[in-house]
Design a protein around this ligand. Structure first.
Ligand code: ATP
Length: 358
């Protein structure tokens, strides 16, 4: 297990690293605490795999350092970093049995035979592979092969960290659900530092204690699932996490009132003068917008109402901007004089996408 530190780290694959657009990972300094379960979440191309590969040693950063427990490992190759990795697609030996595949990372390091056997049994049981131990890997389904790959990543107990790169991509949806739970349990028992790359918010939020959200080469927020939901540090986090994502509306803000298209929206906090701070927006999650008839609020025009199981999603438009509100399945949606009313405590203010403290 290890505390992983990234110091003034950045990476550019191109030949013009002077421009910020050329960076796959923009300059960052951060710490991954020893024993933490982290998810690295973001859309395709935001730099997740590059960052993971820098931690594993597959990519050497253009600038900055990687430290494991205070030791600079930036120049060390992957095999000298004492990590386990699980990739998107199975990495196993087709001609070996499942048991031999699981035993391989241990046998390779001279672990005694009885210990190997015990560990192989434990990991196989964890992943539902006990009945398959004697089968040759070649004949397994893609799901099974990936489970073996996961097992190979989890079998060693002495690693600094286990790094997962979208490990459940080839797994069928039902099994995905089950394996996510298993990985969470394995983490709780082993307390090994784990970093799990995914673009799927459900995967990230169910696996991790802390989610690291990346956008365009930058880490825009590190937080618990609850923090990301309640206080998105960037409009991107608000959009990306939640279903539907946070409503973001261009606004002007004066002290504790926001104005959108001439309509006042009360805020729970007093804000400083934001002149010169760039694009000002307010953000409010659909969960914290009520739909009423008459009174104060944004006179939005309802476009459609979607059935989402326990909720209805009311899709509307105000001042040329799309809005969504969540309404309980049993509540009726008003049809006349419609007003969208935000809970002032849940309205956030953003300047150029970044959360402003009130
Ligand atoms: P995905 O989920 O699609 O893998 P990602 O968030 O993991 O995306 P990266 O694969 O790290 O993102 O890519 C970040 C940026 O770096 C992208 O613009 C990508 O095109 C670029 N990139 C990645 N690998 C290389 C490479 N070997 N050479 C040049 N550019 C690369």
């Amino acid at each position: 297990m290890a505390r992983i530190e990234l110091q003034s780290l950045s990476h550019s694959y191109g030949s013009a690293p002077g421009t910020s657009a050329a960076y796959a990972v923009k300059p960052m300094t951060m710490v991954w605490e020893d024993g933490g379960a982290y998810a690295l979440l973001g859309p395709s191309g935001c730099g997740k795999t590059t960052l993971l590969n820098i931690i594993s040693g597959l990519v050497t950063p253009t600038k900055g350092k990687v430290l494991f427990d205070g030791v600079d490992v930036t120049a060390l190759p992957t095999e000298r970093r004492n990590i386990a990795q699980v990739f998107q697609f199975p990495v196993i030996y087709d001609t070996m049995t499942v048991a031999q595949n699981l035993a391989f990372p241990l046998g390779n390091r001279g672990v005694p035979a009885e210990r190997i056997e015990a560990r192989v049994r434990t990991v196989a049981a964890m992943l539902g592979l006990t009945g398959e131990l004697r089968r040759v890997a070649r004949g397994l389904t893609a799901d099974m092969k990936q489970k073996v790959s996961l097992g190979r990543g989890l079998v060693r107990e002495d690693v600094c960290a286990v790094l997962f790169d979208e490990p459940l991509t080839v797994i069928d949806p039902h099994l995905k659900w089950q394996l996510r739970g298993e990985l969470r349990r394995v983490h709780r028992e082993s307390r090994t530092t784990m970093v799990y790359v995914t673009h799927d918010q459900t995967e990230a939020l169910t696996f991790a204690d802390k989610v690291v959200v990346m956008y365009d080469g930058e880490v825009v927020q590190i937080g618990t699932p609850q923090e990301l939901f309640e206080r998105p540090a960037h409009t991107f986090v608000g959009h990306f996490i939640g279903s539907p994502g946070m409503n973001v509306l261009p606004a002007s803000v004066e002290r504790n009132v926001a104005r959108i298209g001439g309509v006042a929206v009360p805020l729970a906090r007093v804000y400083p003068n934001l002149a010169g701070r760039g694009r000002i927006e307010i953000g409010v999650r659909p969960e914290f917008l009520q739909v009423r008839s008459g009174g104060e609020g944004l006179p939005a025009v309802i476009k459609r109402v979607e059935d989402a199981g326990r909720h209805k999603i009311v899709r509307a438009e105000f001042n040329g901007v799309a809005l969504a509100a969540l309404v309980d399945e049993d509540d009726s949606v008003p049809e006349t004089d419609v007003r969208f009313v935000a809970d002032p405590d849940r309205v956030h203010v953003y300047a150029d996408g970044v959360l402003v403290g009130g």
